[in-house]
Design a protein around this ligand. Structure first.
Ligand code: CU
Length: 134
């Protein structure tokens, strides 16, 4: 039901959505300018939920060329494994618990991931977008 919301096709809309979601990131990145400190990178967190063997949102917008943490909250009772060949990551998240994956800096593009324990339903991707640099 949130699918329409995340099916953003134009770069301008994607950028607008990214900026609205990443307001916190904008503040921290402006503060650190080009020499991003470990501290500001640690402050940037994006959350992905697992519910009914689906990733929510199925498309997650994140900034390019920036380190960030992907927090994965598994609301299902059963374990799931986040897996992505393009991100070179896999992590088991037990039922009703959460995990953190450190990612980036990533080049702009789309990086697919899936839940290895429910590969037909648990599908998603990171949309990595450039934002206007200073
Ligand atoms: Cu695996």
């Amino acid at each position: 039901m949130t699918r329409q919301f995340f099916k953003i096709t134009t770069p301008v809309l994607r950028l607008a959505l990214l900026l609205s979601l990443g307001g916190f990131w904008v503040v921290t990145s402006m503060a650190s300018a080009k020499n991003q400190t470990a501290e500001s990178a640690e402050a940037l967190v994006f959350t992905l939920r697992i519910k009914d063997h689906l990733f929510i949102p199925a498309e997650l917008l994140v900034p390019a060329n920036t380190r960030f943490r992907l927090r994965i909250v598994n609301e299902d009772a059963t374990a799931e494994e986040f897996e992505s060949a393009s991100l070179n990551r896999e992590k088991v998240i037990m039922g009703r618990s959460e995990g953190i994956i450190h990612l980036g800096p990533l080049a702009p593009g789309e990086y697919s991931f899936f839940g290895e324990f429910n590969p037909r339903t648990a599908l998603g991707r990171l949309i990595v977008s450039e934002t206007g640099h200073d």
